[in-house]
Design a protein around this ligand. Structure first.
Ligand code: SF4
Length: 362
């Protein structure tokens, strides 16, 4: 199965099942599971597309509930990547509430990356991320985070902060909490939740101000050669100019492809709960007919390509405020990355930071 557009990343949802019942979660728990056939076709799509560096990101629900499938996926994709001479990274986005020796050994032996979803301090985390029986998951996650840092290099582990409107003023406290854990350099990602509660003016301002402070703190810590934190979005800008491309003009096939257990393909997970979800599904991996995207080819200055993402997302107006938060996230991250890059030309601590950050794109 071949496609004429560059695909650098695919997010593959392995199941809609989960052992947690996070109250903001946009995934409808419909007990869908991805078959190996759909997984294989998704991997073929990624690894047969133009471009050499590929990221296969395994999602859920909780993907570790599908550990047998993960083993098949890893074996198949590593073999195909080697045959096609592609540099493949595989990451698993997990709630990390259950891991056993077999899972740990497999992740380590296959150099998989893992991203762990957290909220932060126990009170906030347990309010939003509890098991199905209502018990908070904080204690278990923190125990397992410490365990996983013992067996994997820090550069293979990401902490994904759930960013919700009502927690936006507490972002600094929550990051500080994770930073205070006795684990090595952390790689932080923000997952800005769109489909839960409205982002009002105050929560947007809170996010913007908190993230500016986080950025200033990061620059100070690099300059003072203190133990520091990495931010996934900044790593991507330093390594692949990902924010610059996104804010300029880019093909949604490169980084936005998401595939669901049915094989349906879309450019955003949040839109699948909309009544008009059919408008957002662009095709299915089983037959790979991609509606209006079948034959187009990305040309930077082509008018059709310049308007492509706008046309796709304009059918949905309900996330306008969340999009503002994402825009501030991009702009502040971009400005921070540019300062780091500039200082990296003359200051060793920034140069070293860039080298390390580039290893952490997943
Ligand atoms: S029209 Fe859109 S999907 Fe097609 S190549 Fe251009 S940017 Fe990519």
């Amino acid at each position: 199965m071949k496609i004429n557009k560059k695909i650098s990343k695919i997010k593959l949802t392995l199941t809609t099942n989960c052992n947690l019942a996070c109250n903001y979660c946009f995934v409808k728990k419909t007990n869908e599971r991805t078959s190996f056939d759909v997984a294989k076709k998704s991997i073929d799509l990624l690894l047969n597309s133009p471009g050499n560096e590929k990221l296969l990101s395994l999602y859920g629900g909780e993907p570790l509930l599908m550990f047998s499938l993960i083993k098949q996926i890893v074996a198949y994709s590593q073999k195909l990547a080697s045959k096609n001479k592609k540099k493949l990274t595989i990451s698993i986005c997990t709630n990390l509430t259950f891991i056993n020796e077999e899972i740990k050994k497999f992740i380590k032996e296959n150099s998989l990356k893992i991203t762990i979803s957290v909220v932060g301090i126990a009170k906030d985390h347990n309010k939003f991320r509890s098991f199905i029986n209502g018990v908070g998951s904080h204690q278990k996650v923190i125990e397992n985070i410490k365990e996983i840092f013992k067996i994997l290099p820090a550069e293979n582990i990401g902490i994904s902060f759930v960013v919700l409107p009502e927690l936006s003023s507490r972002l600094l406290d929550n990051i500080q909490y994770i930073n205070n854990l006795e684990i090595s350099n952390k790689n932080i990602n923000f997952e800005i939740i769109q489909d839960y509660k409205e982002w009002d003016k105050n929560s947007i301002e809170n996010f913007k101000n908190s993230y500016k402070k986080i950025s200033q703190k990061l620059l100070r810590s690099i300059s003072q050669k203190k133990k520091t934190t990495y931010f996934n979005i900044i790593n991507w800008e330093l390594e692949k100019k990902a924010i610059s491309q996104k804010l300029g003009n880019s093909c949604p096939f490169e980084y936005l492809l998401e595939i669901y257990p049915s094989g349906d393909i879309a450019f955003s997970p949040f839109l699948l709960n909309k009544k008009n979800k059919k408008d957002f599904i662009i095709g299915n991996v089983k037959e790979l007919k991609l509606k209006r995207y079948n034959n187009c080819q990305y040309i930077k200055n082509d008018k059709k390509c310049q308007k492509c993402q706008q046309i796709y997302f304009q059918k949905n107006k309900s996330f306008d405020n969340a999009n503002k938060v994402k825009m501030y996230y991009d702009i502040i991250s971009l400005a921070t990355a540019r300062i780091i890059q500039e200082k990296g030309k003359s200051e060793k601590s920034f140069k070293n930071y860039i080298t390390e950050a580039k290893k952490r794109c997943f």
